[in-house]
Design a protein around this ligand. Structure first.
Ligand code: FAD
Length: 312
């Protein structure tokens, strides 16, 4: 009844998102983790120390370097013969790879699960997080993606799993890696941040977005998020989008400035521990889920907040 988790990494470091999948998978059986990459020894080394990991499978090949789903899927499908469950975190990586694996295995996939009830029963959000459905499957093999915010991260140390080499599958050459543009930032990564400051359409321009929100994020050591409206208007980069078609976050504190609270946005942040909303419209739906609401003009409120926080 063991579970194979596909580790997400950049050949140097394990993406902490994988640690949440380990916690979910531990409820299903012994956890094995596949590290497929190119020169990814340091990642395998990190994974073997993760608490709760029983075994690390390491596959090395140049064509695994960029984590292309077309290259990884045949490897995962081959290894899957030994496992009942194949899992990954529901990040862009996991959401890209696992449907392809499910298709190769002709196995059902339960996506974005938020609870493991038992070995056949899982809870997952539907209707942009407005409802949760419980799904049951007695399929021989199940492919699972795990919502990171629903499970604590497994401890990165304390384990001592054995690392086994596994043979690489031949290159598929169905897709080709062209380039990657990474946002360089001193800020915490959005999905891992303890505090997120997010802005909406109300900010009005990229300049205002940065001018108003950056000082608040700086004083709080927060990551910066945005609504789709703000991203579409190019006030903020794509990878800052929070919501149904963006990232799902659940920080200790989420500050929503000039955000109306459309369900597609709240789907990505409503599990935040404390939500603070700043909006000049007292009827804005965001106030329905906010723990603290400030009715006011964000261009006045946010600088005042920064001023007060600097005194602390
Ligand atoms: P608006 O809804 O225009 O709200 C702006 C708010 O700012 C208003 O409440 C207004 O009162 C307030 N305001 C204006 N001026 C000020 C001021 N000076 N001070 C204080 N408050 C002020 N959206 C997402 O965010 N993430 C998603 O992942 C996402 N996915 C989507 C997927 C689909 C299929 C669809 C159809 C939509 C999706 N959307 C998503 C879009 C979503 O429906 C909303 O359009 C979007 O979230 C609205 O963004 P907003 O709150 O910034 O803008």
């Amino acid at each position: 009844m063991s579970v194979l988790i596909i580790a997400e990494h950049d050949n140097q470091q394990l993406n902490p998102a994988t640690l949440h999948a380990v916690t979910a998978a531990a409820k299903l059986g012994e956890v094995h983790v596949l590290v497929a990459g190119s020169g990814a020894a340091a990642v395998a080394d990190a994974v073997k120390q993760v608490a709760g990991v029983g075994k690390v499978l390491r596959a090395e090949a140049a064509h695994y370097a960029e984590g292309l789903a077309e290259e990884l899927a045949p490897l995962v499908a081959r290894l899957a013969t030994d496992y009942r469950y194949i899992a990954a975190t529901a990040t862009a990586f996991g959401k890209n790879l696992l449907p392809r694996v499910a298709a190769l295995l002709d196995a059902p996939q339960v996506s974005d699960l938020t609870e493991v009830v038992d070995g056949q029963t899982f809870v997952r959000p539907i209707y942009a997080g407005n409802a949760f459905e419980t799904v049951q499957s007695d399929a021989e093999k199940l492919v699972l993606t795990v919502r990171a915010t629903a499970f604590d991260a497994a401890a990165a140390s304390g384990g001592n799993a054995e690392v086994l080499e596994t043979e690489a599958t031949p290159a598929q050459n169905l897709s080709r890696f062209v380039s990657r543009e990474l946002t360089q930032s001193e800020r915490p990564e959005l999905t891992q941040a303890k505090i997120v400051v997010s802005g909406g359409r109300a900010l009005g321009s990229a300049e205002k977005f940065n001018e108003v929100l950056t000082p608040l994020a700086d004083v709080l050591g927060a990551a910066i998020g945005a609504t789709r409206a703000a991203v579409d208007a190019e006030y903020a980069p794509n990878d800052a989008q929070v919501g149904q078609t963006g990232k799902v976050v659940a920080p200790q504190l989420y500050i929503a400035a000039g955000i109306s609270g459309a369900i597609q946005h709240t789907a990505g942040m409503q599990d935040s521990k404390v939500i603070v909303a700043i909006n000049k419209d007292p009827e804005a739906p965001i106030f329905n889920i906010a723990d603290y609401g400030i009715v006011g003009d964000l261009f006045e409120v946010v600088p005042q907040l920064v001023g007060e926080l600097k005194k602390v």
